[in-house]
Design a protein around this ligand. Structure first.
Ligand code: J2J
Length: 555
């Protein structure tokens, strides 16, 4: 844990982004105040907390965010504090996040799937002073998880829990409902300062923290709302976990707020739950990962629900191939918009007026004319931004621009290899660029498995497996899967002379170490040695390449 919290853009570049009108010099708090003044009576958020249905107007959201900011301040939450946030799709998510922004505190966006190891890691890395969570969600006691995190990480002073009536541990925690106080005049945070920390999908070990500023993020939110055609009478359905960058900002709940539109928070993304909400709330736009889009397309033909309000469905997070892309629009009676984004910044969208050919075969083009994109030599992990491949050839995607970070949070060493010396972010994605500037994602150069949008870092899972006393070595790779696109396969070499652990034992072992369920290997192959000849003393990376080649050959 070293290096700066956030690597600012060089002053002359920042000046250019301001002059171009990308950065408005406005904080999230003052943005919300403007929205509340412009659309006081319009519905901002609809959702359910336990058995209670909420429908809050912009004015009500603003009021709640003000009162909660004062309550957080009263509890000792101060400007510059990091607060780990783990909330499912409940309406409180929005006032909580906006209140933290107003208090100058920075939410660290954990996902509901995260467990002990992830929460502890992000709390430690961010030196969080509080954890804010829900009592119980999907039968899991998040209050207990947050309390355990606080007990393990000495910087965490408070655990704040949203009571949904679902029960769970609340000992030594503060109820969120108690943080309701008369609004205070709090200093407006610096718009060019850190607003929040997103979690990276991660390719080496545990997630990195992504520092985003008010100015840079709000630029991407405004432009996303425009590119996705949001209007005050749009209705956005947050089907995916709302803390993720995609449903948060592409165009997401923030894009909807910016447009004066309503956000409906779905407790789960399955067709039965989501279709009922689409019908009841007349949802016009949503965002899905490819496996969900496929499930929705299949279910649409059988449903009795009226989906006719749907205008646009965004699909991204993982590659949506032309076959699936071609089915979505006709099945759901709407326009498909592909989105290829990343929490580090760059977001690409196909445009609503793009020809079908581009919408079906590409993942879109960048939001901003000032997004700089380079497609460089994929075989050189240290390729400079000048090492561009010939036009139309596939290469590694590098990018910099007005909403792409210049460095991860306190990660100087990692930053030295993940960013070029001239400030380009090495996305790790393999892309081809069309003459129109659209990008087609054709693969990856980074070590990551993309399980239908959920990102798994092989080294992280290997480390968990190797913590088992009977495991000598482990290598995790992605193998093709019709539903998820990819799933994880762990090759495990048992320790000589020890027991040979069964796959089910190892899966339970990894689960009990406290990791998000999507990281538990889908397949485990116990092998006497790595089934690779000609690979002697070699790097894990080469080993994984060889295993992947073999797995592909065997199919
Ligand atoms: C192929 N790979 C894709 C796509 C993301 C909008 C949408 C998604 C994310 C996201 C996001 C892909 N085709 N259409 O933040 O704002 C893979 C790439 C990328 C990584 C980023 C948003 N869309 N990917 O998925 O930070 O490998 O963000 O680098 O979770 O997902 O993952 P993440």
């Amino acid at each position: 844990m070293n290096g700066p919290e956030h690597t600012p853009w060089p002053p002359e570049v920042a000046a250019r982004y301001r002059a171009a009108g990308h950065w408005h010099g406005r904080s999230f708090g003052s943005w919300l105040s403007l929205l509340a003044a412009a659309y006081p009576e319009r519905t901002a958020v609809v959702g359910r907390t336990g058995e209670t249905e909420h429908r809050w107007s912009f004015a009500e959201l603003d009021r709640r965010a003000h009162r909660l900011a004062a309550g957080l301040h009263g509890l000792g939450v101060r400007a510059g504090d990091n607060v780990v946030l783990q909330l499912p799709n409940v309406p409180e998510f929005l006032p909580v996040v906006l209140a933290l922004f107003r208090a100058g505190a920075r939410p660290v966006f954990a996902l509901p799937a995260h467990r002990d190891t992830e929460l502890r890691h992000v709390a430690e890395w961010s030196q969080a002073t509080a954890v804010l969570t829900v009592d119980t969600h999907a039968r899991y006691d998040h209050g207990a998880l947050a309390r355990a995190t606080a007990d393990a990480v000495s910087s965490v002073r408070e655990v704040i829990v949203l009571d949904t009536g679902a029960g769970g541990s609340t000992a030594n925690t503060v109820p969120l409902s108690g943080l309701d106080a008369e609004p205070l005049e709090l200093p407006d945070p610096d718009p060019e300062g850190l607003a929040f920390l997103q979690l990276s999908g991660g390719s080496t070990g545990l997630p990195k923290l992504i520092p985003r500023t008010h100015d840079d993020y709000l630029y991407s939110v405004r432009e996303s709302a425009r590119i996705c055609g949001l209007r005050p009478d749009s209705v956005y359905l947050a089907a995916l976990p709302v803390a993720h960058n995609f449903p948060l900002s592409s165009p997401g709940v923030f894009g909807a707020l910016h447009a004066g539109a309503a956000s409906v928070l779905a407790p789960a993304p399955d067709p039965a739950t989501a279709f009922a909400l689409v019908e009841r709330e007349r949802v016009t736009v949503t965002g899905l990962v490819p496996p969900l889009a496929a499930a929705w397309a299949d279910a649409a033909g059988r449903t009795a629900h009226d989906l006719s309000s749907l205008e646009v469905v965004l699909v991204g997070g993982a590659k949506c191939g032309p076959e699936l892309a071609g089915r979505i629009g006709p099945a759901l009676g709407c326009r498909l918009q592909q989105v290829f984004g990343m929490a580090e910044g760059l977001v690409n969208y196909t445009r609503l007026d793009d020809p079908d050919e581009l919408v079906l075969t590409t993942q879109g083009r960048p939001i901003s004319p000032d997004d700089e994109v380079r497609v460089v030599d994929p075989d050189d992990p240290a390729a400079p931004s000048t090492a561009e491949v010939e036009p139309g050839r596939a290469g590694a995607l590098l990018t910099r621009g007005p909403y792409t970070i210049r460095g991860y949070y306190r990660a100087a060493e990692h930053n030295a290899t993940t960013f070029t010396t001239d400030g380009f972010y090495r996305t790790g994605d393999l892309v081809r660029r069309t003459p129109t500037g659209h990008l087609e994602v054709v693969g990856r150069v980074k070590e990551q498995v993309n399980r239908g949008g959920e990102k798994v870092a092989p080294t992280e899972v290997e480390d968990h497996l190797m913590a088992h006393p009977d495991v000598l070595d482990a290598a995790v790779i992605g193998v093709p899967d019709t539903y998820l696109g990819e799933r994880t396969c762990a090759y495990v070499v048992p320790r000589p002379g020890g027991e040979t652990p069964a796959g089910s034992v190892l899966r339970r072992f990894v689960r009990e170490r406290g990791v998000a369920a999507f990281k538990i290997p889908d397949l485990i192959e116990i092998v006497p040695d790595f089934p690779v000849t000609g690979v002697g003393k070699t790097s894990k990376r080469e080993l994984r390449d060889a295993l992947r080649a073999r797995a592909t050959e065997e199919r």
